[in-house]
Design a protein around this ligand. Structure first.
Ligand SMILES: Cc1cc2nc3c(=O)[nH]c(=O)nc-3n(C[C@H](O)[C@H](O)[C@H](O)COP(=O)(O)O)c2cc1C
Length: 186
């Protein structure tokens, strides 16, 4: 009788162990959104590679008024982007399709670094969503700046998100894809 009980105990603990393992490996079954803003296509290429490899929904954060080349002139103090980026309360209006990010388990947010932070349109989008408690992973492209300050600002503006350390993706689309797989498995 004692040995039967021992066997049952072992079988039960093996089952429990298995159940736990399959839960912790569930990241691949999570529903993933890759939301990005890209003014000139660089961030878009990385976002597309990430969405392809993680089987995510790809969503473009689109301003109501698209940025012209003149708007993007960071050397011009009067350009639209300069005006927006020198006003931390600027929130350009959104256009394009809407999406409910709350329907997703993991949300990648991609953007070009503008003035060492994310473009204000990204703040507009985040504030239009309910990301409380969501796992959010930033990524960025840039001329040379790191992602660090932009992440720091996002963390402090939106402390309710479960921020995962993001990455500057100035390399190949292949390395962006590889990183995204690693980060969702963490
Ligand atoms: C208005 C503006 C501001 C920028 N500010 C920075 C910056 O602070 N640091 C940096 O390394 N690159 C800066 N860049 C360069 C972009 O981050 C870089 O070209 C990026 O890869 C563009 O991405 P996109 O093609 O997805 O728009 C800036 C570009 C623009 C248009």
């Amino acid at each position: 009788m004692k040995s039967i009980l021992t066997l049952i105990t072992i079988a039960l603990s093996l089952f429990a162990c298995n159940a736990q393992t399959s839960n912790s490996n569930n990241m691949n079954e999570k529903i993933i959104l890759v939301a990005y803003f890209s003014a000139t296509g660089t961030t878009k290429a990385q976002a597309t590679a990430i969405a392809d490899v993680t089987k995510a929904t790809l969503y473009e954060i689109t301003p109501a008024t698209l940025y012209s080349d003149a708007d993007l002139d960071w050397r011009n103090k009067q350009s639209r982007s300069t005006k927006e980026m020198t006003d931390e309360n600027s929130r350009p209006a959104l256009g394009g399709k809407t999406i409910n990010a709350a329907d997703y388990d993991i949300i990648f947010i991609g953007y070009p670094i503008w003035w060492d932070v994310c473009p204000r349109i990204v703040n507009t989008w985040i504030e239009s969503q309910n990301l409380k408690g969501k796992t959010v992973i930033p990524f960025a492209t840039s001329g040379s700046s790191s992602i660090n300050n932009s992440q720091k600002v996002l963390h402090s503006l939106y402390p309710d998100c479960n921020w995962i350390d993001g990455k500057l993706l100035n390399g190949t689309a292949k390395s962006a894809a590889e990183w995204s797989i690693t980060v969702i498995e963490l």
